[in-house]
Ligand binder design. Sequence first.
Ligand code: ZN
Length: 318
Amino acid sequence: MLKRRNYIIITTFLLSVYFCILASYQTNATELKQSRLQLCNSKNIGTELEPIDNQELFRPEILFKTKSFGTLSLPAVPFPSIHPTAKKAKIPVMMYHDIIPEKKVIYDLTPQELNKDFEIIKAAQITPISINKLVAHLRTGSPLPKKPILLTFDDGYGGHYEYAYPLLKKYGYPAVFAVHTSAVGINTGRSHVTWQQLKSMVNDPLITISSHSRTHPALTKISDKQLEQEIIESKRLLESKLNKKIIYFTYPYGNYDSRVKKIVSEAGYVAAIAFGTPSEMFAAQSEDLFAISRFEKSRLESVIPQASGNPTFPNCNS
Ligand SMILES: [Zn+2]
């Protein structure tokens, strides 16, 4: 009799535990469905979603913060490939060089001309994004603003600090400054940024400093040992001087091959910016994260009508 009573008590207890667990799963599932529906219907999710700072962007999941939905995690494709959803977007990455009042070569732009480019971007309702946001998108297909663009400035010129940086702050545009360490603080007929100027910009969320090697050689033409010095030593020096992780590399002259790419990826960089190899194309048309293609600044007006992000959350139609 006692045994039978115990049996009933235990069974009742186990059944209630089971129903409690089932009910909580159902609540979670309903909540998840609800928040997914809200995410899918959110018109601003591409603008709101920002990858969380200081996370390892190589990881199989990337964490994002949003104002409306808190922290979200999205699965990434295997590193360093590009997510199929991201391939539907067209994100131009623009390449600028020196910003200088008196132009000497075709790569130069005056501060007034740069201001004009920023006005064109603004008038076309294009949204400049950070390279972290681009890379997080390329790995996960995360939504972006409707018409995104990435701005990059090569060769660590003094004009980047003196003219480009104030304009980027004025417009609130993020950008990448690619610096080759042997030129820092040097005047070669053109001034280059000093360590002090780099230190004053490195913690500004608008600015990402990328390594552009040590001495700016054509990387495909030098030995493995020299390559390691250019790629690894420049990273180490920038990190120790600026007290910040340097996770992006910009190939000098856009020059790279599989050997160069391998050393760049093994050195701990998350992505590398090329130029127009094999041709100028949008970011997600690039082979992978170690070959991000760009357009020369003169192409700005021809590429911005094509710029498009993925403004919606992935897999909303499935
Ligand atoms: Zn360069």
